[in-house]
Design a binder for this molecule. Structure first.
Ligand SMILES: [Zn+2]
Length: 167
């Protein structure tokens, strides 16, 4: 119960942060090109939680250490919360210490990138190749073998555990 209460509190705090962050990013969302999966804002709002919508569709950033996926260490796949496209394998996940789920490499043909000049910074934004949903950013201070750090919002991902082969 304590853990549940704590997580609810974290989610609420994260939600408030998301609302504040959402405004600065509108312009980027409007500039994105067409994607295989296109939905209206109302359609996305009906299928996503408010937190997912703020991150995926409005380029918000969740609070660090807010996502339970930080502590997800099972074998499996991290898929897009917007369209279920598999994005990262658990084998490429590492503990970056940042408080956001981090990977050194996406699955083939899973993500796209664009230049993000918001907040007076120039960063490389990462989005889902199929639905264009904003996932996070990629930095060049990651571990071998790629040297890249894909810093992801956990709320933009859903974890699918690998099912051990039966029989
Ligand atoms: Zn997607």
């Amino acid at each position: 119960m304590n853990r549940r209460t704590f997580m609810l509190g974290t989610a609420l705090a994260g939600g408030l942060g998301l609302v504040g962050a959402a405004f600065g990013f509108r312009r980027i969302a409007a500039a994105t090109s067409t994607f295989e999966i296109e939905k209206t804002e109302a359609e996305w709002r009906s299928t996503l939680t408010p937190e997912q919508f703020a991150v995926l569709r409005q380029h918000a950033t969740e609070q660090p250490f807010a996502s339970p996926l930080n502590d997800e260490h099972r074998k499996g796949t991290f898929a897009c919360a917007g369209c279920d496209l598999p994005l990262y394998s658990s084998g490429t996940k590492f503990d970056s210490g940042t408080g956001w789920p981090s990977f050194y490499q996406p699955l083939p043909n899973a993500v796209g990138t664009s230049e993000d000049r918001s907040w007076f910074l120039t960063r490389t934004e990462v989005h889902c190749r199929r639905c264009g949903g904003h996932l996070g950013h990629v930095f060049d201070d990651g571990p071998a073998p790629t040297g890249l750090r894909y810093c992801m919002n956990g709320v933009a991902l859903k974890f699918i555990a690998e099912v051990p082969a039966s029989s």
